[in-house]
Design a protein around this ligand. Structure first.
Ligand code: PLP
Length: 457
């Protein structure tokens, strides 16, 4: 790492040589970029000396907080013992065995095997291929179509972006690829309220979109339904309480696989180990990443149910799929240390029973602000919907996304990292956040709303 390089020089070099993800490079000025240099707990420091509260846990991933020395030590110890070996061709190694046992123990009872990759996106690519391979083995190769949802995010690879339901991503590069069908999302504030239905009715209606799609396309052609328990990048879409029970009922009656994308919701975010536990669904496959290592090293994977694993075992044959870094020993060591911390500190219990309810009450209090149409939160993930007129909850700002971005910029200026999705603000802090830090976060969020309101009103 370079030392004694000025903040400005770092930004110039970044500007010259670094292409960023999800960034309009034409619009990103040299000095607009922020260089994060250090982090500890829920706090970040940048190269200009600012201290920021990390309300997004990095990118929804640093569940145990930043700067945990024991994860670094576990990785270093693993690297001096066995820094790399692959898991192809009949080989394996102790950390991948230990981690797999650990994850199988945390996962729902009917899920006992793990396939590894390096990210949430490639986990969903694995799922795309595995669903088709499963139905081939079952002698039903025509069951290829995967039903997904509008405004979902399942990653940036070709399969991930296709499974996702983001219009902007689809416009670039002729996506989605064939064999994917998108249905409505259960977005009450954005779409349901305007429908004339009650929230419960809207939840049932959105769930039945799945049944309608299956019946229209034909159950014999559908391989799977994929969904995030709570849509994260789409704007923290917490479904009406009627939604998941009705989806589960529909799935029980039909012979298709259910894929729960737990990349954000997994590992405690919703107050249980997995979003499927929170909502009582029964997945056949779960995509995991992010909180699995709390982002200390890149890792993702797929948790596979007995239903699917038994077919792979019994029918035999090679699944021609894998990544050089599947089950990377150092990433496994990071994941084991991370999950050990989560268990020892009872972070999932705390999200469900302690810090989660405390944070939620404070966050929902922001709903009284004149600019907030809805404040919502489940576990430790939430959103604020920004609107121009509190007396008319149906009314929205004209140029969608502009006010959200203004508010997000005020948030950074107030030393709080929140994310903007359209005209909403998103929060997803480390699960280790304390009550005192929560109070600090809420004060900064409140100030952000005041500042944004005086800018736009
Ligand atoms: N699935 C979901 C639900 C996600 O939120 C994300 C990333 O935010 C992904 C998949 C993709 O994960 P990654 O960025 O690790 O490829």
């Amino acid at each position: 790492m370079r030392v004694n390089v000025s903040s400005h020089d770092l930004k110039v070099l970044d500007h010259k040589h670094h292409l960023h993800p999800f960034t309009d490079h034409g619009a990103l000025g040299v000095d607009e970029r922020r260089v994060i240099t250090r982090a500890d707990g829920v706090w970040l420091w940048d190269s200009d000396g600012n201290r920021l509260l990390d309300g997004m846990a990095g990118l929804w991933c640093v569940n145990v907080g930043h700067g945990r020395q024991e994860i670094g030590e576990a990785v270093r110890a693993q690297m001096s013992e066995l820094s790399y070996y692959n898991t192809f061709f009949k080989t394996t190694h102790p950390p991948v065995i230990e981690l797999s046992e650990m994850i199988a123990d945390l996962a729902p009872d009917h899920m006992n095997m793990v396939f590894y990759g390096g990210s949430g996106s490639d986990a969903n690519d694995t799922i795309f291929r595995l669903v088709r391979y499963y139905w081939d083995l079952m002698g039903k190769p025509e069951k290829k179509t995967i039903i997904a949802r509008k405004n979902a995010y399942h990653g940036s690879t070709v399969a991930g972006a296709s499974l996702g339901g983001m219009g902007g991503m689809h416009e670039q590069g002729d996506l989605p690829i064939s064999g994917i069908h998108h249905i409505a999302q259960p977005y009450w504030f954005g779409e349901g309220m305007q429908s004339g239905m009650s929230e419960d009715e809207f939840g049932i209606w959105a769930a039945r979109e799945l049944a309608r799609a299956i019946d229209e396309i034909g159950e014999d052609k559908i391989g799977a339904f994929i969904a995030e328990p709570i849509q994260g990048a789409g704007g923290v879409i917490i479904p009406p309480t009627t939604y998941w029970p009705e989806v589960s009922r529909i799935l029980e009656e039909r012979d298709i696989l259910f894929v729960s994308d737990e990349v954000i919701c997994g590992f405690g975010r919703t107050g249980e180990w997995f979003g499927a536990d929170t909502y009582g669904t029964k997945p056949d496959l779960m995509a995991i990443a992010k909180g699995m290592t709390s982002g200390y090293l890149p890792m993702g994977g797929v948790i596979v149910s007995d239903r699917v694993a038994d077919v792979l075992h019994e029918k035999g044959g090679e699944f021609y799929h894998g990544y050089t870094y599947s089950g990377h020993p150092a990433a496994c060591a990071a994941a084991i240390a991370n999950l050990t911390i989560m268990k020892r500190e009872k972070l999932v219990d705390s999200v469900r029973d302690q810090i989660g309810p405390y944070f939620r009450e404070r966050w929902l209090g922001l709903g009284d602000h004149p600019m907030v149409g809805e404040a919502r939160m489940k576990g430790l993930v939430g959103a604020l919907e920004l609107i121009p007129d509190k007396k008319d909850l149906m009314k929205r700002f004209g140029d969608v996304g502009k006010v959200g971005t203004i508010a997000r910029d005020h948030s950074f200026a107030n030393g709080l990292v929140m994310r903007a999705v359209r005209d909403s603000l998103i929060i997803s802090p480390p699960l280790t956040i304390t009550e005192e830090e929560t109070d600090e976060l809420i004060a900064r969020a409140h100030k952000t709303l005041d500042d944004a309101w005086s800018t736009v009103r």
